[in-house]
Design a protein around this ligand. Structure first.
Ligand SMILES: *Cc1c(COP(=O)(O)O)cnc(C)c1O
Length: 354
């Protein structure tokens, strides 16, 4: 497919990188392509960033047929720009599409379009360590019809948004409330897809937890509310008695690319790793008998987010003295080092843009 480029005639003045708040500043251009059943993907274009028309009857507004992704572009000291494992994002987005009865697409074509878009917007990639250009691919159902069936038309867009350092004030462990009322996803549901409905369904628990002074919730499984799934929009890892344990992918957990990278790193370092079911009771028991050494979340936004305190059914559990542990620190330094080009990349995770 051909990619056409229409340049913006007027460019914004770049913001002060130090003033950025997540997801509120967008660059001058975006990528758009359209789909229609029987025709396939067509009209791939890079165009000036602008509002896009949408029918009030569009399927996405009524039935939530939409999926998204999140990844980042990093500028290194030589002013070269790299992506981190973009092929994994494309693969996961196609899996999400499959689950939501949406059309799949050629991931390699989209990566090439993404690279061209970033090249045009290269001045929007902050060169400051810890900062990056956040990339948000989204696909949504645009057909105007109120019948509950898959849309016959879709739009795929990519937005770019410069983001500041997640840890501008240093890596401080977060306090997490273990959610015992609401659930995020169930076996057989859409938990493994990056689709809007999962996030809308999670807002309430997040709101309640925040009111009580917790920054995120730890989700338990949707059937028994007994087994640990993930934290907010991050996967979760624990160090118990020398072993690193993370919940196994069971269909309701989002398969994080950071999770996958962390597992690869830990195995590369020949550490003991277990992907298995882990109950909240086992975890709190480990905390009580002193074998719970570390806890941390993993995701593109923060890379690693250490957990310093868990709150469950009226009881508080402090982990590792509310400090980042050595394993979390080593993973954080290695992954952010690979992303910024300061650490060698033995896995070929970096993909050069320019
Ligand atoms: C995106 C996401 C993650 C983390 O995935 P990464 O690919 O590591 O960024 C974890 N859980 C949920 C619910 C997510 O949406």
């Amino acid at each position: 497919m051909e990619l056409t480029i229409e340049r913006a005639t007027k460019l914004q003045t770049k913001p002060n990188w130090s003033d950025l708040t997540f997801g509120t500043t967008f660059t001058d251009h975006m990528f758009v392509m359209d789909y229609e059943v029987g025709k396939g993907w067509y009209d791939a274009r890079i165009m000036p960033y602008q509002d896009l028309p949408l029918s009030p009857a569009a399927v996405v507004l009524h039935y939530g047929q939409t999926v998204f992704e999140g990844l980042k572009a990093y500028k290194d000291d030589a002013e070269e720009i790299f992506l981190f494992r973009p092929d994994e994002n494309m693969k996961r987005m196609n899996d999400s599409c499959e689950r939501l009865c949406m059309p799949t697409f050629d991931g390699q074509f989209v990566i090439e379009a993404m690279k061209q878009l970033i090249e045009i917007e290269q001045d929007w990639v902050p060169e400051v360590d810890g900062m990056a250009l956040y990339i948000r691919p989204v696909m949504y159902a645009t057909e105007a019809h109120l019948g509950v069936s898959p849309s016959k038309q879709y739009r795929f867009i990519i937005l770019l948004s410069p983001v500041g350092s997640y840890y501008a004030e240093g890596i401080n462990p977060v306090k997490i409330a273990v959610e015992s009322q609401f659930v995020r996803a169930v076996k057989g549901g859409t938990g493994a897809a990056k689709t809007a409905g999962n996030y809308a369904a999670a807002l309430k628990a997040q709101e309640v937890a925040e009111k009580e002074g917790y920054s995120q919730v730890l989700w338990l499984d949707g059937r028994e509310q007994k087994y640990i799934e993930e934290v907010g929009a991050m996967n979760v890892f624990f160090k118990i008695d020398g072993k690193i344990v993370t919940p196994e992918l069971n269909g309701s957990i989002l398969p994080g690319i950071t999770r996958k990278s962390v597992l690869q790193l830990l195995r590369h370092w020949e550490m003991d790793v277990e992907e298995r079911r882990l109950s909240i009771d086992e975890l709190l028991e480990a905390a009580k008998n002193g074998t719970l050494e570390e806890a941390f979340g993993t995701g593109t936004a923060a890379v690693i987010s250490p957990i310093g305190e868990l709150f469950y059914k009226g009881e508080k559990t402090v982990i590792n003295n509310n400090e980042i542990g050595p394993v979390a620190k080593k993973i954080y330094d290695t992954i952010t080092g690979i992303q910024s080009g300061d650490v060698e990349d033995p896995f070929g995770w970096r993909v050069q843009v320019i």
